[in-house]
Design a protein around this ligand. Structure first.
Ligand code: NAD
Length: 283
């Protein structure tokens, strides 16, 4: 079987074109939308990600401010910054970068981000709104998986989707979004007894575990669709996914590439959220 490459580049470009127009309209009406990137680490991967978000924002006409709190920032200092940015009239959107300083848990600080500015949907309030089917910002990576499937014409209603990974920022919110699309969802994780049996029963497999080569041909039934969320650095410093593409190709009907699949759509959706937050606050 030919395995289609489910690229995210075309979809990301379409989302970005719309975001750029909306950002230009906001700028023309007063001021460019403002995204605050709050950093409390000295992690090189995080620095790289922040840099790439800044470039993406600036290309679209979104102003980006990086606030460095240092790798040993306290819970109180991080909460204070998030509270200030949540209340000020200039900041439209807030993203708190991970990792956080040792001993600081995301839930200790994310509750200080106002839901209206929580563009990556990380706070318990945003996650609760999603679980309740109410309006709020959805974690962009999870949304990107659903948007990528729709873009490639892959139906979700009534289909069985296996999500591998149950983190609060990818696996769990993705399961909620898929339920809202009327899919039947199984969530597998590190304690799942027989991963291959779970995933091989699914029409669509989403790998979001952060483990290189976890999902192989034996995990995928003939004709299934596979979405690879994994973004891992291999021994040679290359970015690779969670799916062993070689053994899955020829078996699956479609596979999203890494890089160039979920990643660009995630960034595009984040920027769309920033513009949406700005439009709402200025309406
Ligand atoms: P995480 O470490 O918080 O969670 C990993 C999940 O995978 C856990 O729920 C764990 O139970 C499960 N898991 C781990 N090993 C497993 C195994 N052997 N079998 C089954 N399940 C297993 O990671 P995360 O933040 O959810 O990220 C997951 C991956 O997605 C990472 O590679 C990350 O870099 C990537 N990611 C990509 C984007 C993007 O835009 N493309 C965004 C966010 C995260």
């Amino acid at each position: 079987m030919d395995t289609a490459s489910l690229s995210g580049k075309e979809l990301a470009a379409a989302i970005n074109a719309d975001t750029k127009e909306r950002a230009a309209a906001l700028t023309a009406a007063g001021a460019a939308p403002v995204l605050a990137l709050v950093v409390a680490n000295d992690d090189p991967a995080s620095a790289w990600y922040v840099g790439s978000l800044r470039k993406a924002a600036e290309r679209l006409g979104i102003a980006c401010e990086r606030i460095d709190l240092g790798a040993d920032a306290s819970v109180e200092a991080i909460r204070a910054e998030l509270t200030t940015r949540s209340a000020d009239l200039v900041t439209d959107a807030i993203m708190l970068q991970t990792p956080l300083p040792a001993g600081v848990h995301l839930d200790d600080v994310s509750t200080a981000i106002a839901a209206a500015k929580d563009v990556d949907g990380v706070s318990p309030l945003s996650l609760g709104l999603l679980a309740s089917g109410l309006d709020g910002f959805v974690p962009a990576t999870s949304e990107a998986v659903v948007e990528l499937l729709k873009h490639h014409g892959i139906a979700l209603e009534g289909r069985h989707v296996a999500v591998v990974g149950r983190s609060n920022i990818v696996g769990k919110p993705l399961a909620q979004l898929l339920l809202a699309e009327n899919a039947t969802v199984t969530v597998a994780h590190s304690r799942t007894a027989d991963l291959a049996a779970v995933t091989a029963a699914a029409d669509i497999v989403v790998a979001a575990a952060g483990r290189i080569g976890l999902v192989t041909g034996k995990h995928v039934r003939e004709g299934a669709v596979v979405i690879d969320v994994g973004t891992n650095e291999d021994a040679d410093g290359r970015i690779v996914g969670d799916v062993d593409a070689e053994s899955v190709r020829g078996r699956a009907a479609g596979l999203s590439p890494v890089p160039g699949g979920v990643g660009p759509v995630t960034t595009a959706l984040l920027m769309r959220h920033v513009v949406a937050a700005a439009e709402k606050s200025r309406a």
